[in-house]
Ligand binder design. Structure first.
Ligand SMILES: Nc1ncnc2c1ncn2[C@@H]1O[C@H](COP(=O)(O)OP(=O)(O)OP(=O)(O)O)[C@@H](O)[C@H]1O
Ligand SMILES: [Mg+2]
Length: 371
């Protein structure tokens, strides 16, 4: 296995730039996710790592080797495009063995490798079955087997679970992560589903319009989002954003939203006269009768583990609170709301940049991986 290093990677298609200066390292044995909405440049980035697309500028290293302009076949990487691309007329054994047969490997050695891959994937009993009769999950395991036997330096996967229904996807997420832990394989995994990325990744790169907005562990990007985009994209339901225009000088520790004063930790930066957004995750919104921040309950959704209460705070702003199941809030109720100061994030409304994030007493270093 090997480390993958990507340096200031750009890709332009005619006058449209799909990838704008990405820089990141996938450590040896790491499970790395490229996450972002449709069209943000995830597949283009992955195809450049695979050698299926050449960069407009920038460099890609596989281990110590600069592979930026090497052909795909000269890179020791397995690209698992889409897990169902099997040969339907072959049985499981021949499907898994296919890349080894193409390499001209000895039959006894092929059998040994295929048996080992099948045991790793827990499909040894299926080896002589035709793939046409297999369940979606087993077909997916066979496709993975075909990638594993090559023993590549890295695995690249582009939305491999996209075609599965959500319940099965959750199971496959856990299986893929467990398989990764057994193989210790460097993996770059593309998804637009933040839940998949949060469940599986060691490190997530969150992309928006060709730019990596933040690189970090799941907990890091959840608790300390570098931008409004990241804060909004990660977490469900997503973070609440309250706009306010109050002058907030350097060192100030409160902001005004309507009639209410919200305590926030002091900022080092002078942001007076700049429009800001106050960000609060739903689990940090509390009901507080005496609070001057008033809201009307619009609805309440029972989740089993809690309730999501939708609240209108006026001025066209709606908030969501995640509260206990015992909460009695009902549509039409008028309630007071409070947030703990350390759970509040502040963003520059114009640039979207985080000025401070929840559980952070330092100004944020900002986005990583570009510029
Ligand atoms: N060969 C190409 N020629 C022109 N434009 C392209 C080409 N390939 C990709 N693009 C454009 O580059 C942008 C990024 O595409 P890409 O496929 O990398 O997005 P993505 O993040 O994988 O999106 P999705 O989630 O929809 O798969 C898109 O606007 C796409 O239309
Ligand atoms: Mg894509």
């Amino acid at each position: 296995m090997a480390e993958i290093r990507v340096l200031d990677l750009h890709k332009a298609f005619a006058d449209f730039t799909a990838v704008k200066g990405s820089t990141f390292t996938v450590k040896d044995g790491e499970f790395f996710c490229l996450l972002g909405p449709s069209g943000c440049g995830k597949t283009t980035t992955l195809r450049m790592i695979a050698g299926l697309e050449l960069p407009t500028s920038g460099q890609i290293f596989l281990g110590e080797e600069d592979v930026s302009f090497k052909r795909a076949s000269a890179r020791d990487i397995a690209f698992v495009f889409q897990m169902f691309a099997l040969y339907p007329h072959m049985n499981v054994r021949r499907n898994i063995a296919f890349p080894l047969v193409s390499q001209g490997m000895l039959k006894s050695e092929i059998d040994r490798q295929v048996d080992q891959a099948a045991r790793t994937l827990r499909i040894a009993e299926l080896l002589d079955k035709p793939v046409s009769g297999l369940s979606a999950g087993d077909r997916q395991r066979v496709a993975l087997g075909r990638a594993i036997v090559r023993q590549p330096l890295a695995f690249l996967m582009d939305e491999p679970l996209g075609a599965l229904d959500s319940e099965f996807r959750e199971v496959m997420c856990q299986e893929l992560r467990a398989l990764h832990d057994r193989l210790g394989a460097t993996t770059v995994y593309v998804t637009h589903d933040q839940r998949e990325a949060m469940a599986m990744a060691d490190t997530i790169a969150i992309m928006n319009e060709g730019v990596i907005e933040q690189l970090g562990a799941p907990r890091e990007v959840y608790e300390r989002p570098a931008s409004v985009f990241v804060a909004d994209f990660i977490g469900a339901p997503s973070m609440n954003f309250l706009p306010f225009e109050a002058a907030l000088a350097s060192g100030a520790s409160a902001v005004r939203i309507g009639a209410a004063t919200i305590e926030v930790p002091a900022l080092r930066e002078d942001v007076s006269a700049r429009p800001l957004l106050c960000g609060v995750r739903p689990e940090h919104v509390r009901f507080a009768d005496s609070s001057a921040l008033r809201a009307e309950v619009l609805g309440s959704e029972y989740l089993g583990t809690g309730r999501i209460v939708t609240l209108n705070v006026g001025g066209g702003v709606t908030l969501r609170a995640k509260v206990g199941v015992a909460s009695m809030a009902q549509r039409g109720d008028h309630v007071g709301l409070a947030f703990d100061a350390e759970a509040v994030s502040l963003f520059d409304k114009v640039s979207g940049r985080a000025l401070r994030t929840a559980r952070d007493d330092r100004p944020h270093a900002g986005g990583a991986g570009h510029g």
